[in-house]
Structures are given as structure tokens and as C-alpha cells.
Design a protein around this ligand. Structure first.
Ligand SMILES: NC(=O)c1ccc[n+]([C@@H]2O[C@H](COP(=O)([O-])OP(=O)(O)OC[C@H]3O[C@@H](n4cnc5c(N)ncnc54)[C@H](OP(=O)(O)O)[C@@H]3O)[C@@H](O)[C@H]2O)c1
Length: 301
């Protein structure tokens, strides 16, 4: 039995697009949302990995309505193609897909810095491309990270080759995504649409319940990792603040949700603090202009 208690069918009639839904936190968002009756669109770049995820979702949420949307966030033409193909109303978008480390010279297919290009600009171009099918009360959730706090965004130098560390550049990419999401929310004020951020804390595969074909972890590695559960959590739990931000009635535009426990590494969803820089209107507007320029995409939100 996948669930001790059947979850409510409260998302019936709602359609959710989850990027990077074939693995990790994105997979768990998709499974949890499908189990609550949502129609789930899995935006994935690998048809094979996406198919494995869909069968696992169906095995654990038998009434799941899940469909794959081919989507490579590291290619602007691929994003445009995926966006053009989407012709159904979308109620919720979870901008989850992410590259967490990269070499300094790593680039997207369009020549953009790989982490900025995929994590922030790819989602910006996707949202611009699908804006026409977003529901009047659509909710967008950007998956941020604790790492955003250790990074500075310089909108004028967004695509410059970085000189620091991969982790700091990852933090910049997450800070940029969060800043764009808060800016989107400001632009949507006065409408029923909203944009929020959420982060999963510190979520690792060895503490995650097994799913056939997804991130296999040996029993030995699981037993070694078990004591770390006091500090960190599985990716199933990491999905919870994101699903909360995407669906809860107490979550509203401009919110930032994360795990409420020690250091925000684990725990139940709670409102958490985002760095002033990602909340800044000045940074958000400058970043929006830079994102339009770098992606060659006009986004009239
Ligand atoms: N795990 C954590 O503790 C943690 C903490 C803070 C934030 N986060 C954020 O949470 C999100 C998920 O993390 P995770 O730990 O679940 O990572 P993960 O297991 O590595 O999964 C990342 C997902 O993103 C997809 N992806 C990467 N590049 C893509 C592209 N160009 N186009 C489409 N999909 C792409 C991957 O697809 P492929 O299988 O095709 O590579 C995969 O489905 C990320 O945004 C990450 O920054 C994670």
C-alpha cells in the first residue's frame, strides 16, 4: 500500500507542470500532486527517464493522470517548442529542474552559463512561453535553495564566466530564479495569479523511500545514512514545502516556504526568510530586463 491513509482528492481538475519531474524532489512533487488528483505534466529532457517516473507514479498513485512534456531547459529552441506544444490550461507550475554543480566553462546549447541558463533563464523563457495557457488564478513556485544566501546577483554580469566556486555560482542561479519569481509576483499584483518560492532544505537520496528505477541506493548506503536523519531528510520530505507552496490556502504570492526545523535542513513546511537582495524590486526589475535580453524573449507579465 503506497499510503496508509488515502490522500484527499482535493486537486482534481487542476493541472500542474513540474519541471525535472523524472528524479529527486521533482519526482516526489509529481507523485504527491498526482496522488491528490491533479493532472501532472512532467517536463523532462529524457523520454526514457520520464517514462520510468510515470510508471512509478502510476504504481504508487493508481488514479494518477500523468503525461510527459519533452522539455530541455538548457536549450531555448527546445523550450520554445515545448511551450508552443502546450495547449491546455495550466494551474500550477513548479520550476524545479536544476543543475547543482558544473565546470566553469559548461554552457547551455545557447552558449549561456549552464547553471544560470538552465536554472534561472530556462524557467524564465518557459514561463514567458506558456503564459498564454496559464489559468487566471495560476500559481508559480520557484524552487530556491539555502545557497541563495551566499550569492550576489549582478544583473549586468549575469552571463559572465564566474571566478568563484561552483557552489557559489549555483547559489547565484538560485538567487536569480527566486528574484525573477518575486518580480513575477509583483507584476501579477492586482490579478489572481501568484508566484512564490520554496526550498527543500537538505534532501538526499539515501533517506528517500525507494522507487523502482529511480536513484537506486544500496541497503548498506541506506543504513550508513540512517543516523543523519536527525539533521537532514529524504527528497520525499524535501518536496513538502514545495507542494505546500503550490497548493496550500495559507500560501500566498511572494511567500518563501522551506523546512521549519534546525537550519531549515529538515522539518515541516514553514514560512522562511529570503535574502533582501532577492526581495529587492530594483534587482528584480534589472534582472527581468537582463533575462529578456539574454533569452531573446519578451515576457509581458
Ligand atoms: N537536494 C537538495 O538538498 C536541494 C537543496 C536545495 C535546492 N534543491 C533544488 O531542488 C531541485 C531538485 O533537486 P534534486 O536534489 O531533486 O536534484 P536531482 O535529483 O539532481 O534532479 C534534478 C532534476 O532536474 C532535471 N534537469 C536538470 N537539467 C535539466 C534540463 N536542462 N532540462 C530539464 N530538466 C533538467 C534533471 O533531469 P535529468 O535526469 O535529465 O538530469 C532531474 O530531473 C533543484 O532545483 C535543486 O537546485 C535541492
Amino acid at each position: 500500500m503506497p499510503f496508509a491513509v488515502a490522500p484527499a482528492n482535493d486537486l482534481a481538475g487542476r493541472t500542474v507542470l513540474v519541471t525535472g519531474a523524472n528524479a529527486g524532489i521533482g519526482y516526489w512533487c509529481a507523485e504527491k500532486l498526482a496522488a491528490r488528483g491533479a493532472r501532472v505534466l512532467l517536463g523532462c529532457r529524457s523520454a526514457e527517464r520520464a517514462a520510468v517516473a510515470v510508471s512509478s507514479i502510476r504504481a504508487h498513485a493508481p488514479r494518477a493522470d500523468a503525461r510527459v512534456i519533452p522539455l530541455d531547459l538548457g536549450s531555448l529552441p527546445a523550450i520554445a517548442e515545448a511551450s508552443a506544444r502546450l495547449d491546455e490550461r495550466i494551474d500550477i507550475v513548479v520550476c524545479n529542474a536544476g543543475v547543482k554543480s558544473a565546470a566553469r566553462e559548461a554552457r547551455t546549447a545557447d552558449g549561456l552559463d549552464l547553471m544560470i541558463g538552465t536554472n534561472a533563464l530556462g524557467h524564465f523563457a518557459l514561463l514567458a512561453g506558456i503564459a498564454r495557457v496559464l489559468a487566471d488564478d495560476a500559481r508559480v513556485v520557484a524552487v530556491g535553495s539555502l545557497a541563495h544566501r551566499f550569492a550576489r546577483i549582478d544583473p549586468d554580469r549575469l552571463d559572465e564566466t564566474w571566478t568563484s566556486t561552483s557552489l557559489r555560482q549555483y547559489g547565484r542561479s538560485k538567487a536569480a530564479l527566486m528574484s525573477l519569481a518575486f518580480e513575477l509576483d509583483r507584476r501579477w499584483r492586482g490579478t489572481a495569479r501568484s508566484a512564490l518560492c520554496a526550498h527543500p532544505g537538505y534532501a538526499v537520496d539515501p533517506l528517500t523511500p525507494p522507487r523502482e528505477g529511480l536513484a537506486p541506493v544500496s541497503a548498506f548506503a541506506r543504513s550508513l545514512a540512517a543516523p543523519t536523519r536527525v539533521l537532514v531528510q529524504g527528497k520525499d520530505a524535501g518536496a513538502d514545502p514545495i507542494v505546500h507552496a503550490a497548493t496550500a490556502t495559507d500560501a500566498t504570492g511572494g511567500d518563501y516556504w522551506g523546512p521549519g526545523g534546525l537550519l531549515e535542513f529538515r522539518g515541516l513546511p514553514a514560512r522562511v526568510r529570503a535574502a533582501d537582495e532577492v526581495r529587492s524590486r530594483d534587482v528584480g526589475t534589472a534582472l527581468w530586463t537582463a533575462a529578456e535580453t539574454l533569452t531573446g524573449t519578451r515576457f509581458d507579465a
